[in-house]
Design a protein around this ligand. Structure first.
Ligand code: DAH
Length: 338
C-alpha cells in the first residue's frame, strides 16, 4: 500500500474543497463510517500479525495527518466565510468602536458625601427629616411665630396654610430634639425649597446640611472649634476662618462663617468680590433658649450650637463654580469636569 501517495491524494482533495460543505463531504469520504481510510483500517484485521502491526502504525499516522489538514482547512474556510459575510453586509471590523458612555456621580452628591464623611469622623450622627413640613417645625418651634417678620427671609411654596415645602433643614433640629434627649451631635442633610427669583446664586430647590450639638456646657468655643476643623477638612488647612455677627431667630448669638478666598488668599479679587478676600460659607450660632424650651429641654441645664450650610455653595467655593444653576442643568460638558 502506497501511504505517501494516499496522503498526497487526500491533501489535494482537502485543498480543493471550496467551502465548508465540500470539506465535510471530503471528510466523510475519507474518515466517515464508509470512508476510504476507515475501510483500510478495518481490513487490517485480515492481515497476519506482523504485517498488521506495521501497516496499522502507518495508517494511524496517515489518519492523524489528514485530521490536522482537515482542521487547518476548516479554519481557513471559516475565516474566509466571515470576511466575505462582513464585506457583503458592508461591515468594516477594523473601524474603532463607539466607546460606551461611562456614568459618574454628580459633583453635588460627591460634595454632600464628603461633608457627611467629615462630620462622621468628628463623631456626628446623620438624621433625616421630611421635605414637606409643618409650619410649626419650619417656623414656630424655631422661634418664629406667625407674623414674625423674619419669616420674610424664607418665603416658600405652601401645600396648605399649615403645610409647606421646608425652607431649610433647621426643622429637623426640632424633630431630632423631640425624639432624642441630649447629648445630641447630628447633621441633617436634605433638599429645601424657596420661593426665589432664580439667578447665579439662587435656586428654588437646593441642598442644605444642618448641624446640631446639644449637651451640658456647650459653648461658642465648641462651635468655633468644630467649624474650624470642618473648613480644614473640606477646603484645606491653609484657609483662614472668620466669624461675623449675624441674626437668626433660632440662635443667640448668631454668626456667619467666612473663609479666606482660595483664589487671592484674602487680599481681595474678582472671585471674593465685595467680600474683600472673604467668602461666606454658612450660618451658625448658639441654640436660642426658647428653641430648647419649645422641645422641653431646660436651657439652664443644657446649651448647644447649630449651623446650616448650602451644599451647592460649598461645592461652588471648592471648585470655583460660577453659577448655581449648573448643578441642575445636567449638561454633560459641566458634569464631566469632576
Ligand atoms: N436655616 C438657616 C438658613 O437656611 C441657616 C442656619 C443659620 C442654620 C444658623 C442654623 C443656624 O442651624 O444656627 O438660612
Amino acid at each position: 500500500m502506497d501511504i505517501p501517495a494516499l496522503f498526497h491524494e487526500s491533501e489535494q482533495k482537502i485543498c480543493r474543497a471550496a467551502n465548508l460543505r465540500e470539506l465535510e463531504e471530503v471528510r466523510i469520504a475519507l474518515l466517515g463510517k464508509k470512508g476510504q481510510l476507515t475501510g483500510l483500517l478495518r481490513s487490517l484485521a485480515e492481515l497476519p500479525l506482523q504485517e498488521r502491526k506495521h501497516l496499522g502504525a502507518d495508517l494511524n499516522g496517515l489518519r492523524e495527518n489528514i485530521q490536522i489538514l482537515l482542521a487547518e482547512r476548516q479554519r481557513t474556510l471559516e475565516e474566509e466565510e466571515t470576511t466575505q459575510g462582513l464585506a457583503r453586509e458592508g461591515i468594516d471590523i477594523t473601524l474603532p468602536g463607539i466607546p460606551p458612555l461611562r456614568g459618574r456621580r454628580h459633583v453635588l452628591l460627591e460634595t454632600v458625601e464628603e461633608i457627611e464623611d467629615a462630620f462622621l469622623r468628628l463623631g456626628f450622627d446623620i438624621v433625616e427629616g421630611p421635605e414637606v413640613e409643618w409650619d410649626y417645625y419650619n417656623f414656630e418651634a424655631l422661634n418664629m411665630p406667625a407674623e414674625h417678620p423674619a419669616r420674610d427671609m424664607w418665603d416658600t411654596f405652601y401645600i396648605t396654610e399649615r403645610m409647606l415645602l421646608r425652607t431649610h433643614t433647621s426643622p429637623v433640629q426640632i424633630r431630632c430634639m423631640e425624639e432624642t434627649p441630649p447629648p445630641i451631635r447630628a447633621i441633617m442633610p436634605g433638599l429645601v425649597a424657596r420661593h426665589e427669583a432664580l439667578d447665579s446664586t439662587h435656586m428654588d430647590v437646593f441642598f442644605q446640611i444642618e448641624g446640631l450639638v446639644v449637651d451640658k456646657g456647650i459653648s461658642f468655643a465648641n462651635l468655633k472649634g468644630i467649624l474650624d476643623l470642618f473648613v480644614a477638612m473640606i477646603f484645606g488647612s491653609e484657609r483662614k476662618t472668620m466669624f461675623v455677627p449675624s441674626y437668626f431667630p433660632f440662635t443667640e448669638p448668631s454668626a456667619e462663617l467666612m473663609i479666606s478666598c482660595g483664589v487671592c488668599g484674602g487680599s481681595g479679587c474678582q472671585t471674593c468680590g465685595h467680600g474683600g478676600g472673604w467668602l461666606e460659607v454658612l450660618g451658625c450660632g448658639q441654640v436660642h433658649p426658647q428653641v430648647l424650651r419649645n422641645v422641653g429641654i431646660d436651657p439652664e441645664a443644657f446649651t448647644g450650637f447649630a449651623f446650616g450650610l448650602g451644599a451647592e455653595r460649598v461645592a461652588m467655593l471648592k471648585y470655583n463654580i460660577p453659577d448655581i444653576r449648573l448643578f441642575a442643568e445636567n449638561d454633560l460638558r459641566f458634569l464631566e469636569q469632576f
